[in-house]
Design a protein around this ligand. Sequence first.
Ligand code: IPM
Ligand code: MN
Length: 348
Amino acid sequence: MPRYSIALIPGDGIGIDVVDAAMAVLNDAAIRFGFSLETTRFEWSCDYYLQTGQMMPADGIETLRSFDGIFLGAVGWPAKVPDSVSLHGLLLPIRKAFKQYANIRPHRLLPGVRGPLRSEKFDILCIRENTEGEYAGAGGRVHQGTADEVAVETAIFTRAGVERIIRFAFEQARSRRCHLTSVTKSNAQKFSMVFWDEVTREVARDFPDVTVQLIHIDAMAAKMVLAPESLDVVVASNLFGDILTDLGAALQGGLGFAASANICPDRSAPSMFEPVHGSAPDIAGKGIANPIAAIWSGAMMLDHLGEKDAAAAVLSAVAASTANGIGCTPGTHTTAQIAAAVVAALET
Ligand code: IPM
Ligand code: MN
């Protein structure tokens, strides 16, 4: 029987609620499909920071490296620890250290879920560059606290980094509807974004079967609202992908439905799976967070581990539940009720 080692990092706030709910579903799928998920729980969080002065131990990355996958809830509790500290102490270092350069975020409506748009027929796969770009963390501040203060934060675009994410996106497009939309702002940012466009055109030569559209981020924001059904795979830099995927989440009914996978494509290190939403301190621990985004992220993890049938079954069970109105409207069902409905659907 295949056994997969999973590092569980529930993190903060509703991260804990949704990880526990999702694991109940994933473990049930494991039993039904004949594999096991051997989880090790790491209580790395803002509370851990308050106790130890760090978000994870100094050897945290090395500890995680041997796992087959990482399943994360949410990181951040700004009233306890500044986001700039908590995110740069846990989530972002994992993405970078493990070369999880492809952040994959699917945006489509689950059956029974109403989005804000008239068009309900969209199916977008957003591929966000996840290790460099605007979030590279290169910069500094001088003359701090004085009237002469200067803050600099430089976006970093390397040929290796841009080429690999564009190539990855083309491959995804090839496995879907063969259309790729590459998002930049190359009319205003004349170095990095012009470079991104150039690399896109170069890589496109290797994918003659995929149609490519280069679009600017401002026009893209409008297009996602006005003509989302015209999009297939979308590729964007770290910042642009971050923004567009919150928009995508809104179009699919809210952050409670938005799943994501931080993929290390060459599998030299574990990939990490997490819902797009944050820790939502206002509803933390109340048992009312929607676990669907986490369950869908878990399905992406099963898929990445090679358990394709189990992954598809989990997604079908989620869809069967939402089709029955379970988990579609905030406040109607508890976290546990939604997870139980998905487990029940999995078993029929
Ligand atoms: C996300 C989040 C993170 C990001 C934050 C919390 C650093 O917004 O996963 O989209 O921007 O990467
Ligand atoms: Mn975000």
